[in-house]
Design a protein around this ligand. Structure first.
Ligand code: HAS
Length: 547
């Protein structure tokens, strides 16, 4: 990898892991506050810590990590960046970083305790929203710069399908840009005028709907880079090829089509949206499950075929042949295993009536810790173990590999304890996101009687997670600055499995077609309900509904 791309990817990774360290510390505080074992000092409040935790981990860690992965991977898949592509990537990185710093300063300063979902009626200081806008613009600049690199490649290879890694990167960037349109509209036209006092009120339901137009595809912006690792990198570690090039591409196309017109499944309990539109978006949500089921199928096929190739016999004998001692594989395998209950939980959430049971309870917190918190995060850990040595030219020594095993196992145990407790407590009705936990109340105390349905279990899990996160930071520091330098034979490479595209239909790379269909679906699912929300804002507030 050339020096320019190396520095760029490392800069993104540095930001990602700094956010990870502070974000996990806030998580630790969180479980102790909910356990009544910790009282925060007067200048710090529960919602401030919760906002920092959500933003730093779910938004900052993920986004910076994803761009580091894309930049390193795109230069590996398509060749070195030209000076223009490199420059625009740097500009994008700087704008994203400035936006992030502004957001973090406002949160730490107690001016933006609005949670990571930041929709109205909670209001932050205007600069918080300016920071958000800069963050989005910065990611767009980095995204478009990468698409520019891809376009140069395509011009030079007319008629060819692009390498799978590049195809998937472009698909993820397309999804991200379309998704951000909702949050950009809300931030520019609703939040900034409202927070700076240019208007008296805000159309709350509209702001929530625009947020969730963005908020659901956001989760696939986190998931797709993990899927890229599953499809493209895991087979290389196993010593085989991608199971099916066309299946992999099709699943990414389906994400572009179906991940956006589904935001109402986060708003099923909100009265301002007619049931028909909620139902339609529930149906579309079930469509977006399909590419994940395709991915599960493809992964099982890869494992079984490779395991049998290596001599595995019988119904499950092939499982034993997988490279369990390679932490780059084991971490990602465990991440995938977590996504089985994580995905099943998502299907429960999306089932209109069942949503009534879990909405706004700790169940939802359990759900996202076994989706973004493990399948995605632990895949990123698995990537970190070779990505940093690849960028710094150091060695992932045997001793560090042992530590990495302890790290992923402790993360899994901590997450299992914490998220199981969260799911069970949620089913019993324990609310999420509240400083008032009401433990002195008899009814509330009854929730916390069991072994798993207990806040202590949650706190034990949370503490193990924090220790695991600290260990990861230690490994990152070692791989970055301290591990011995690798010689030519030991140098890490960027593992990309071969993918046979000879039978892949060319139309799968017709972006105009997919973007066009995506917009049609979005228009069908959103035009009328959004128009309704604008038109039927309460009397007396003009177009802005006040609370
Ligand atoms: Fe979700 C709420 C529905 C997936 C994240 N979700 C959230 C929130 C977050 C989040 C952060 O319908 C909270 C938002 C907030 O703060 O209010 N979610 C779904 C559905 C899916 C889904 C249908 N969610 C995700 C992913 C996330 C994520 C992915 C992050 C990355 N979610 C909801 C709904 C809500 C919600 C409602 C709102 C709840 C409410 O009322 O507030 C689907 O995409 C899931 C499909 C996935 C599968 C699993 C496939 C399995 C695979 C693994 C294969 C394993 C292998 C290993 C090969 C069907 C691919 C083998 C190993 C062995 C051991 C055998």
């Amino acid at each position: 990898i050339a020096k320019g791309e190396r520095k760029l990817a490392l800069a993104n990774l540095g930001f990602a892991y700094a956010a990870f360290l502070i974000g996990t510390l806030c998580g630790l505080l969180q479980v102790f506050i909910r356990n009544d074992a910790l009282t925060l000092p007067g200048w710090l409040d529960y919602y401030q810590v919760l906002t920092a935790h959500g933003l730093l981990l779910a938004i900052v860690f993920t986004t910076f990590f994803i761009f580091a992965f894309f930049q390193a991977g795109m230069s590996r898949a398509l060749g070195s960046f030209g000076p223009k592509v490199l420059l625009w990537n740097w500009i994008g990185f700087i704008v994203t970083s400035l936006g992030t710093l502004l957001v973090v300063i406002m949160v730490i300063g107690g001016q933006a305790s609005v949670l990571y979902t930041f929709y109205a009626p909670l209001q932050a200081h205007g600069l918080f929203y300016v920071g958000l806008a800069l963050f989005v613009i910065g990611t767009w600049i980095q995204g478009f710069a990468l698409v520019g690199h891809y376009r140069v490649w395509r011009k030079q290879h007319e008629g060819e399908l692009s390498p799978l890694f590049a195809f998937m990167t472009v698909a993820t960037i397309i999804l991200w840009v379309i998704a951000c349109l909702g949050v950009v509209a809300a931030v520019l036209f609703q939040f900034i005028p409202w927070a700076f006092g240019m208007v008296d009120g805000i159309n709350v339901e509209l702001s929530r709907s625009l947020f969730w137009y963005f908020g659901h595809p956001l989760v696939y912006f986190w998931l797709l880079p993990a899927y890229m690792a599953w499809y493209v990198i895991v087979p290389k570690i196993l010593g085989t090829k991608v199971f099916s090039d066309s299946l992999a591409r099709l699943s990414f196309v389906l994400f572009i089509l179906f991940s956006i017109p589904v935001g109402f499944h986060h708003q099923l309990t909100e009265p301002g949206i007619a049931s028909f539109w909620k139902f339609l978006q529930t149906v579309l949500t079930f469509m977006v499950i399909i590419p994940s089921l395709m991915t599960a199928f493809s992964m099982f096929a890869t494992f079984e075929l490779r395991g049998r190739e290596l001599g595995g016999k019988g119904l499950f004998g092939w499982l034993r042949k997988l490279p369990w001692k390679d932490v780059r594989f084991t971490s990602i395998f465990i991440a995938m295993a977590f996504f089985i209950p994580g995905g099943a939980g998502g299907i429960i959430n999306a089932s209109f009536q069942m949503n009534e049971v879990i909405h706004n309870t700790l169940w939802v917190v359990g759900h996202f810790h076994i989706t973004v918190g493990t399948p995605v995060a632990m895949t990123f850990f698995g990537l970190t173990f070779w990505l940093i040595p690849y960028l710094t030219g150091r060695r992932f020594t045997k001793a560090l590999q042992k530590l990495a095993f302890i790290q992923i196992i402790s993360w899994s145990v901590g997450m299992l304890l914490m998220s199981t407790a969260q799911h069970v407590l949620g089913l019993m009705g324990a609310p999420r996101r509240t400083a008032y936990t009401g433990y002195a109340h008899d009814d509330a105390l009854a929730w916390f009687d069991g072994v798993l349905s207990n806040h202590v279990t949650m706190a034990v899990g949370g503490s193990i997670l924090f220790l695991s996160a600290s260990l990861l930071i230690f490994i990152v520091i070692q791989l970055w600055w301290m591990a011995p330098k690798a010689d030519v034979h030991q140098a890490e490479s960027f593992p990309i499995a071969p993918s046979d595209a000879s039978a892949t239909p060319r139309f799968l790379e017709n972006w105009k077609l997919w973007i066009g269909i995506a917009f049609v679906l979005i228009a069908v699912a959103y035009t009328i309900p959004l128009a309704d929300l604008i038109q039927h804002a309460p009397p007396g507030s003009g177009r802005f509904q006040t609370w």
